[in-house]
Design a binder for this molecule. Sequence first.
Ligand code: SF4
Length: 221
Amino acid sequence: MSSLVHSEDALRITEIFYSLQGETRTMGLPTVFVRLTGCPLRCTYCDTEYAFTGGELMAIQDILARVAEYQPAYVTVTGGEPLAQPNCLPLLTQLCDAGYEVSLETGGAMSLEGVDSRVVSVLDLKTPASGEMQRNDYDNVPRLRSQDQVKFVICDREDYEWARFKLDELKLADRVADVLFSPSHADLSGRQLAEWILQDRLPVRMQLQLHKILWDDQRGH
Ligand code: SF4
């Protein structure tokens, strides 16, 4: 890492690691994860509370150098909430410029404005049981692009009904590449969610989080 880190081109980073993508369209593909520190939300089911504080200030050029060590095809910028740090935007652009397929995992409370058009944004819409539903920024919906994905983490039947309503109201299946329904690992069985989706014939992709199945949610995977 460079000895001099100037805050104007730096980000606070919790971890950079190489693993299999655990969810989304590229699930199962080797990916480098850049986890940014900090999040303005406090979802009930959050599994990355260790990313709320701490971290290490890194210059963008040093982040790019760390990512390059793995020679990946795919890079995911995640958090915490990556968009809470303004320098996330130039980081995304420079990762795209370096030739990676770049995705951004964002919690839905921060604006997608300014995100490089080559990035695949995976936008959470927070459900009632998350405790953060009121933070959803619906101005992001018209900003979604055809390659993007919208994700609902579902804890119970009420969440499911709410997600089904939003799917229809916001015409999400027509806007984005995939609408993802994911059971909250500790709250709802995958089989139950699968049965609800099939009963209602919803045009969504159900996903289980591969990294939790393989590594039981250990940090760094
Ligand atoms: S948005 Fe993500 S990182 Fe932030 S509290 Fe919710 S689940 Fe955790």
